[in-house]
Design a protein around this ligand. Structure first.
Ligand code: HEC
Ligand code: HEC
Ligand code: HEC
Length: 112
């Protein structure tokens, strides 16, 4: 069971509205980076291998290339999961933070 209603956050809606307003080719909004644009994240994060989660009983979300083991996860913006990323100056604050599966799942998924 899953609830996707929380995924349609104001940020996501603002992103779609801004796509209409500025056109699909423009990743930049009001002189600032649009952090819901995954390609901006991948500009810096393409190269690194993705480590497994700290909890060995929890399924790994990313494959080592930065893609996803579960196809549905690829439909989201990076910041739908990495909600603690609000700008590109997070090299000190982001490491060690955890993605909260309960943003979308009713329970933390476990390995089968
Ligand atoms: C200008 C380059 C840059 C951009 C753009 C950028 N990041 Fe980062 N990010 C970094 C650096 C540098 C670090 C700290 C080193 C590291 O852990 O990779 C970092 C760390 C992180 C971490 C923590 C990694 C860890 O080791 O736990 C996450 C998660 C992350 N970024 C996600 C994102 C997301 C999501 C986006 C897009 C919304 C994004 N980043 C955009 C440079 C960037
Ligand atoms: C469905 C949720 C979800 C989405 C969407 C998502 N991530 Fe993650 N990310 C995670 C989780 C959970 C981890 C912790 C390790 C794992 O389980 O894969 C993680 C770990 C990371 C890390 C740290 C990897 C390391 O070195 O340990 C980076 C960097 C990162 N994600 C970047 C991104 C970028 C860039 C995007 C968008 C292209 C993205 N993530 C989209 C859930 C997500
Ligand atoms: C931004 C929303 C979002 C977040 C956050 C998220 N997921 Fe998901 N996840 C989904 C969606 C949507 C599906 C597809 C569900 C379906 O088809 O019913 C899914 C499916 C899965 C599946 C496939 C089996 C299943 O339950 O359907 C696994 C495993 C999974 N997620 C693990 C995780 C883990 C582990 C985390 C936290 C580290 C996480 N997810 C965080 C949206 C999310």
């Amino acid at each position: 069971m899953i609830s996707i209603k929380r995924v349609l956050t104001p940020i996501t809606i603002a992103f779609f509205v801004s796509m209409l307003a500025f056109g699909f080719a423009s990743p930049v909004i009001a002189g600032d980076m649009d952090m819901s644009d995954n390609s901006i994240c991948m500009d810096c994060h393409e190269d690194a291998d993705r480590d497994p989660p700290s909890d060995p009983n929890r399924p790994q979300v990313h494959n080592p290339d930065g893609g996803f083991f579960v196809e549905s996860h690829a439909d989201f913006s990076c910041i739908d999961c990495h909600t603690y990323i609000t700008n590109d100056e997070h090299e000190d604050t982001a490491p060690g933070q955890e993605v909260d599966c309960l943003e979308c799942h009713d329970e933390v998924p476990t390995k089968e």
